[in-house]
Design a protein around this ligand. Structure first.
Ligand code: NAG
Ligand code: NAG
Ligand code: NAG
Length: 116
């Protein structure tokens, strides 16, 4: 049991270091999926993408409290974009997520926002 736990923590640590996926907050069983969007960009030569994803989208209103945000890197290798939560997030009704790609690499990330 303790070994399994250690293994899980180790796997999580490796995931954090090499993966480009991220989670903020915690999703409860009865939370709604408030938003799911896929951001895809083609690589730019000698440059990187810096994409800000705003929730709710401009011109829309969100009445729910955010409980969790999940960002999945669809590349599933080490060349995906690094996600960061720049403002809002769990406990708020808005969030701004930044995706920073690597130089000469595009990005393909899925952002899911849950709340209630
Ligand atoms: C959302 O959060 C605010 C502030 O914490 C709280 O007052 C409100 O009841 C929450 N709304 C829901 C639907 O949970
Ligand atoms: C992005 O990733 C998704 C999930 O793996 C895949 O279905 C989709 O085709 C990808 N999009 C591009 C443009 O590569
Ligand atoms: C990672 O995966 C993407 C999409 O499949 C691919 O375009 C890219 O070249 C891969 N990067 C590496 C370092 O293998």
């Amino acid at each position: 049991m303790k070994f399994l736990l250690t293994l899980a923590i180790l796997a999580a640590a490796i995931f954090v270091c090499f993966g480009s996926s991220a989670t903020w907050g915690r999703r409860n069983n009865n939370d709604y999926l408030l938003s799911r969007q896929v951001e895809v960009r083609n690589p730019i030569k000698n440059n990187y993408w810096n994409v800000n994803v705003d929730f709710p989208r401009a011109g829309t209103v969100n009445y729910y409290n955010i409980s969790a945000i999940y960002v999945y890197d669809n590349f599933r290798n080490t060349s995906g974009a690094t996600p960061a939560l720049w403002s809002g997030g769990p406990g708020y009704r808005f969030a701004q997520i930044n995706l920073r790609s690597q130089v000469n690499r595009g990005l393909n990330s899925t952002i899911e926002i849950y709340g209630r």
